[in-house]
Ligand binder design. Sequence first.
Ligand SMILES: [Zn+2]
Length: 296
Amino acid sequence: MLARALPSILPPLAFEEALETTRVHSVSGLLDRETPLVVTRPMRSPHHTISDAGLTGGGHTPTPGEVSLAHNGVLFLDELPEFKKRVLDVLRQPLEDGFVHIARARTKVTYPSDTLLVCAMNPCPCGYATHPGRECRCSSVQVERYQGRVSGPLLDRIDLHVEVPAVSFDELSGRKKTTGEPSLAVRARVVAAVSRQSIRFKDLPVRFNGQMGSREVRQFCVISQESQALLETAVKRLGLSARAWMRCLKMARTIADLEGVEAIETPHVAEAIQYREIFSRVEERTPWGAQPAHIM
Ligand SMILES: [Zn+2]
């Protein structure tokens, strides 16, 4: 539900982005007379039985896969461990590079694949490992096997790992009032953060913080000595990779942007680290180290 609500808080498509997305959808034959131009960010949620060609593109005449159809939008993978391991492995490169190369005997095609990846998974096969009122009946071997289907390198590329507690029946039925912020208010904050980024990157081939290379990170993600020490401790404690280190810095930049401040402060860095901590926290809580319910 949360993942499907995500497009409602994303910034509107810029004209250039709309053209790029339209080009990909046009090659796939997804456009018709009524919708000649894609004007909203696409949301693609392929089934877990999808093939690697279906996800990243392929075929005799190379056509774009779901990761390219989600370009400038959201790619949502529900029940992440149910996807074939090989399929998830081929996804890593397009996510990292922002484009996919497909080579055939006579042709070579490149499609864009700059998408926001959102995944959801249960903590164990039965889904109740972290449920406050239900008992999990999975064995430790079953849980390990289930979680092992998602590789570390893929998790490493996901910036925010968030535990989502079960929603009560009263909340679902609307009997209990929820205290959440309306999408419109969140979207206004996102749009303001994006506009800070377009000013920051006006002379660079970068649109969003997540697209920064190491040079831009050095220039725009300057942190204090205190924040540096905090990050170094976290890297050692959580065993984070160099890639995760860079991603934490970019995340801290985004948290500061959402707050509307230019300087990255220590609380921004601490919050970015916290989104990487969830696995180790849950390992301490459950006897077999189960991952939390739903990781996005
Ligand atoms: Zn279970």
